[in-house]
Design a protein around this ligand. Structure first.
Ligand code: ATP
Ligand code: MG
Length: 388
């Protein structure tokens, strides 16, 4: 098990009386790749500034190796930062840009030591042979590597990265995600990475911290966060989710739409109201007569690997993902395995997310299958025919 390196204990930050970080309690392990993930304005950069020493918390404490460092200035912390706008010096070459990081903090190094350190960094960021190039002649991805090398050349124990790939196009972004992971493992240091891109967070991290409105919503492995979201905000922010109101009748029995279903969760009070998450890929489309629930397809969009199918269940619209198309207007049945239901406690986010009604206008416009009226125009007598 990795050992704890940094701890934020009850950290709050307020600007002009407005709270932007609210009682954060979190620790960061040594050699861990941890990502702060959340929408714009949720407090990600503010959290990095606290760790980097650029901002003193309004309340609470910051510990590094169990020592309180609230008032330790940035250059005395074993922490460096890479920003989205990495600001290389255009008049210096690659070598000089990287060496600049050393001159700042270690002015007493010999020429040879500087040379060896810079060369070691060029190797790590895969830029060997580029040392004499002008940085203005490098691609965006290569410039980003120089910025990372400059931040790592002092051998910090922690690298803070604030949306470092934001300026790159999608393809380069994916390549750099792998590169960053490789560099973190090669250097054996802690990376604290900030992004609002959930795919990026899931792909790169050992630990993901989901934030919203200055509060930590959940801390976990990428798998935990995806499979076991703690509230409707997390379920909605990470991947696609249908979220419906339900009741826990007993352990492993949940009621939605007035029907009981077998699930795998327990530990709730009898008849406790809950939020039920059903991921689009966990729903199987079956013939209407075999369905646990039946509904009507209102939209379908081809997404490459699968189809996004919007299905209306008595006015509730779900997103279902399937490799087989179902035409608009079709009456279908669905089946969900017990582990396809994920049960969450009610939260302040209940009822705010997880319904796909608002997506339908958008899907209407981009839906690429023609509308095919159902042959059976009669109203469904009973849409929900599943008895547990
Ligand atoms: N120096 C400041 N003075 C006043 N308000 C600030 C200051 N710095 C940040 N804020 C506010 O604090 C909140 C959190 O800002 P922060 O920069 O941490 O968000 P973020 O999660 O990094 O967002 P983004 O993804 O857009 O970069 C925002 O509402 C922001 O306007
Ligand atoms: Mg930010």
């Amino acid at each position: 098990m990795s050992k704890e390196l940094i701890r934020l204990s009850g950290v709050s930050v307020a600007f002009d009386g407005e709270i932007v970080l609210d009682d954060m309690n979190i620790h960061f392990n040594d050699k861990e790749f941890l990502t702060l993930l959340g929408p714009s304005g949720c407090g990600k950069t503010t959290t990095l500034r606290i760790i980097g020493g650029f901002l003193v918390p309004t309340a609470g404490d910051v510990f590094f190796d169990n020592v309180r460092i609230n008032n330790v200035p940035p250059h005395k912390r074993q922490v460096n930062t890479v920003f989205q706008k990495y600001a290389l010096f255009p008049h210096l070459n690659v070598f000089e840009n990287i060496a600049f990081g050393l001159h700042l903090v270690r002015p007493k190094l010999s020429k040879k030591e500087i040379h060896d350190r810079v060369m070691e960094m060029l190797e790590i960021v895969s830029l060997k042979g580029f040392e004499n190039r002008s940085v203005s002649l490098l691609s965006g991805g290569q410039q980003q590597r120089v910025a990372i090398a400059r931040a790592l050349v002092n051998r910090p124990r922690v690298l803070l990265l604030d949306e470092p790939l934001g300026a790159l196009d999608l393809r380069l972004r994916k390549d750099m995600q792998n590169e960053l992971k490789r560099i973190q493992q090669a250097m054996e240091i802690t990376f604290i990475y900030v992004t609002h891109d959930q795919e990026e967070a899931l792909a790169m991290s050992d630990t993901v911290v989901v934030m919203n409105e200055g509060k930590i919503q959940q801390i976990g492995t990428p798998e935990d966060i995806y499979n076991e979201p703690e509230n409707a905000f997390v379920a909605d922010f990470i991947g696609e989710s249908n979220i419906v109101d339900g009741f826990m009748c007993a352990d492993k029995v949940v009621e939605i739409f007035g029907r009981k279903f077998e699930c795998v969760d327990g530990g709730f009070a009898p008849n406790e109201p809950v939020d039920v998450v059903i991921r689009p890929e966990d729903v199987d489309i079956v013939p209407e007569k075999d369905g646990m629930l039946t509904g009507t397809v209102t939209n379908i969009t081809f997404k490459g690997v699968h189809y996004d199918i919007i299905v209306d269940f008595k006015g509730f619209k779900w997103l279902i993902q399937s490799t087989d198309p179902s035409p608009v207007g079709a009456k279908i049945g669905i089946k969900i395995d017990p582990d396809g239901f994920h049960i969450m406690k009610k939260s302040r986010y209940s009822g705010m997310f997880g319904d796909y009604s608002s997506y339908s206008a958008e899907y209407d416009e981009i839906g690429d299958l023609e509308y095919e009226p159902s042959e059976n125009e009669a109203e469904l007598e009973e849409e929900m025919r599943y008895d547990f």
